[in-house]
Unconditional design. Structure first.
Length: 255
């Protein structure tokens, strides 16, 4: 009987050994790590415009910002806003004219994220461009003109009138080169800043009163089509879906 059990035991060992040898052993480590990236819509506001509206009685403005992650590094971006500003132009301390600009604007374009995040990070350092369009009106509140015949006017300038004159239906279009940064503060909340170099493409500068300031573009400089802008944003990210992303892992050197 003992011989029978011994023979059966060695037979089972032999069979088990054969079955183990028949299974290939994978000694190679996996060369990829599977992870997911969040895709969705980020919406917010420019903080600088409400702050400026609070401290400057001659300005009111509000801008909404947003971007949508289209690809790994590519974002569709947009800004839409409204501004009203009253300004006075002077010469040697004498007020020449006072005017009010009021209108809306929209900017559409793309951002490319150049920042390589560590796993779990979601910060952005972007370069991008915008095509912008503004529709607005200029209201000339009052103005003075220069009087060449001083025999009848002791002052160099005199008041012509205070009846407001409105020049409506003004439009402008421009291109923007944008450098931006967005950092994840906590959760899905982001803080950001951007600097913009704009080039005025078209400007309906009709006779009667020139466009000295354009909503969304800022001040128009004589003899130049360039302008500079900025914004400071707070935005919230709305995740819509996740997409798998493979990150390659370097194999250890066999030498």
């Amino acid at each position: 009987m003992s011989r029978y059990f011994i023979s059966l035991f060695f037979g089972m060992l032999f069979t088990l050994g054969i079955s183990q040898e028949s299974k290939p052993i994978d000694l190679q480590s996996k060369d990829t790590i599977q992870r997911t990236e969040r895709y969705g819509l980020r919406v917010g506001i420019d903080l600088s415009r409400p702050i400026l509206s609070f401290i400057d009685n001659n300005y009111t403005g509000l801008e909404f910002v947003g971007d949508y992650r289209l690809k790994d590094k590519l974002y569709i971006a947009a800004e839409i806003g409204n501004e009203e500003r009253t300004q006075t132009e002077d010469l040697d301390g004498i007020d020449l004219y006072n005017y009010t600009t009021n209108g809306s604007y929209i900017k559409l374009g793309v951002d490319h994220n150049t920042y390589k995040n560590w796993f779990g990070e979601q910060n952005l350092v972007t370069i991008g461009g915008r095509l912008a369009f503004s529709s607005f009106s200029q209201t000339l509140n009052n103005f003075r003109i220069y009087e060449t015949n001083r025999d009848f006017n002791e002052e160099t300038f005199f008041q012509l009138g205070t009846e407001p004159q409105e020049f409506s239906g003004r439009t402008a279009a421009w291109l923007e080169f944008v450098l931006g940064y967005k950092a994840r503060l906590f959760g899905n909340l982001y803080g950001g800043v951007s600097i913009r170099l704009a080039y005025l493409v078209s400007n309906s500068d009709e006779e009667g009163f020139p466009n000295l300031w354009i909503p969304g573009f800022n001040k128009v400089t004589d003899g130049s089509n360039f302008g500079v802008g900025y914004n400071y944003t707070i935005s919230y990210f709305l995740p819509l879906y996740k997409k798998a992303k493979k990150k390659k892992k370097e194999m250890p050197n066999s030498n």
